[in-house]
Design a protein around this ligand. Structure first.
Ligand code: TRP
Length: 446
């Protein structure tokens, strides 16, 4: 090993880092729009159940493997494997996770770049630079490339500083700011005309939709993406948790923060859309559903901010700052997966690994930017709808079927000595063995 491994210095530090990973564009953009187009609170209800019944156990699996092995995904999975066959499987799954998360980062960086560009737009207008503002909000290859590069530089900068001085330090600054900005924005938007109608659309359940397979599949995919599962992100963060920490408790706090912030984001986005509508902005697409794709963030909301006069400038700055922070605390957790592997497995030093791997991801992003229409949706679909659930399934199999049950218990007992007497240990192993893999397969084949 090139350097001693990093460790989070406090529970707060870990919680900020892990919830920072979990809370991202998936929460603030994906969740509200999914909810709005799937029966409002009915989706919320299904999401809460799936998040705690299926995503939380899978999150625990990653945290436990990671902390036990104190290593990157490949080494960790190999260390809990027994025979030759499972060691080969471990290598394949760990490696597929690294590749998948790198591709996830490559499209995530593009969208995050849009957020930074839109953050600078109101600043440019404040400075009277209208031509610049115009350029910042126009979807063009040059702009997109430039902001992908800026976003990846920020990500590389944080990751090259390491676990404590990079990830923990920045997550501990950025996540509390994110929560404050989010609350202020919600309070402000709720005072505007139309907001209450949006709140109703969001919170009044259409229970006729609850058994709709499409709703359940969406909710499950949303929960997995949102908790950053299946690709080794949470495993690697888990590997930096102190042995004194109570894993079931910190895991449930991460899940609660993630779900809580998603639900709150819905209280901002959906009312904001209805406010936009009462200001004359079109919020429905051709098929009659709420606009949910990129148009929501890069056109509906900016039109809303523009229609709000000078307050709109402040609100726009706050909103895109929120989006940028959410993206950055997630992207660092993605880049950490390949970086941890290179540092530990190949002895590369951390800053060098961060720069090289960051550059590779940036090149992939740029290829997608230059071939947006054929590539963007393809990469999103392959990584999040195919690879991520399959790998999540493999993680379940490793923990429940390959790793010895006694060793799992031994690991959780550190920091939680009475865990075998509690409810967690009574249900979790059964869940991991049967319910989780089955549920993932059912959803997958839907
Ligand atoms: N969970 C983040 C979001 O909601 C994105 C994310 C971070 C992620 N790390 C990940 C998604 C790993 C999948 C895999 O936006």
């Amino acid at each position: 090993m090139a350097t001693p491994r990093g460790e989070f210095t406090s529970r707060f530090g870990f919680l900020m880092a892990a919830s920072g990973s979990a809370v991202g564009l998936g929460n603030i953009w994906g969740f509200p729009t999914n909810a709005a187009s799937n029966g409002g609170a009915a989706f919320l209800f299904a999401y809460l159940i799936l998040a705690f019944a299926l995503a939380y156990p899978a999150l625990m699996a990653e945290l436990i493997i990671g902390r036990h092995a104190r290593a990157n995904a490949v080494t960790a999975l190999q260390s809990i494997s027994r025979g030759r066959k499972s060691k080969i499987l471990a290598l394949a799954v760990g490696f597929a996770g690294i590749v998948t998360v790198s591709f996830i980062l490559s499209f995530y960086a593009i969208v995050s770049g849009w957020m930074i560009a839109h953050f600078f737009d109101p600043l440019a207008r404040l400075a009277g630079l209208d031509a610049l503002a115009q350029w910042l909000t126009e979807d063009a290859v040059v702009r997109n490339s430039l902001f992908v590069i800026i976003f990846m530089l920020l990500t590389v900068y944080i990751i090259s500083a390491g676990v404590k001085d990079g990830i923990e330090k920045w997550a501990s600054r950025l996540m509390p700011s994110l929560i404050v900005i989010l609350i202020l924005l919600i309070l402000y938007v709720l005072t505007l005309p139309g907001a209450m109608e949006g709140m109703r659309a969001y919170l009044v359940p259409d229970f006729s939709r609850i058994a709709d397979p499409a709703l359940l599949v969406d909710a499950m995919g949303q929960a997995f993406f949102s908790l950053s599962l299946g690709v080794g992100t949470m495993l690697v963060y888990g590997s930096y948790i102190s042995k004194r920490e109570n894993l079931p408790v910190v895991g449930s706090l991460v899940a609660l923060l993630d779900v809580g912030i998603a639900v709150m984001a819905g209280m901002l986005i959906i009312p904001a859309m209805y406010v936009a509508q009462s200001n004359g902005v079109e919020i429905y697409d051709a098929s009659g559903g709420l606009i949910a794709g990129p148009g929501l963030i890069v056109s509906v909301l900016p039109s809303l901010f523009n229609s709000m006069g000078s307050v709109g400038i402040l609100v726009a700055i706050a909103f895109f700052l929120l989006m940028t922070i959410a993206s950055l605390t997630s992207s660092i957790s993605m880049l950490e997966v390949p970086v941890a592997y290179s540092v530990e497995h190949h002895g590369v030093d951390r800053p060098k690994a961060a720069i090289i791997l960051g550059a590779v991801v940036t090149v992939i992003s740029l290829i997608i930017v230059f071939n947006f229409d054929p590539l963007f949706d393809l990469v999103v679909t392959y990584t999040t709808e195919i690879s991520q659930p399959l790998l999540g399934f493999a993680f379940c199999i490793f923990v429940a079927w390959i790793w010895s049950r006694n060793e799992v218990l031994e690991e959780i007992r550190q920091g939680s000595p009475n865990v075998d007497a509690g409810i967690f240990w009574r249900v979790w192993p059964f869940y991991m063995k049967f319910i989780c893999p089955l549920a993932i397969l059912v959803v997958y084949f839907q």
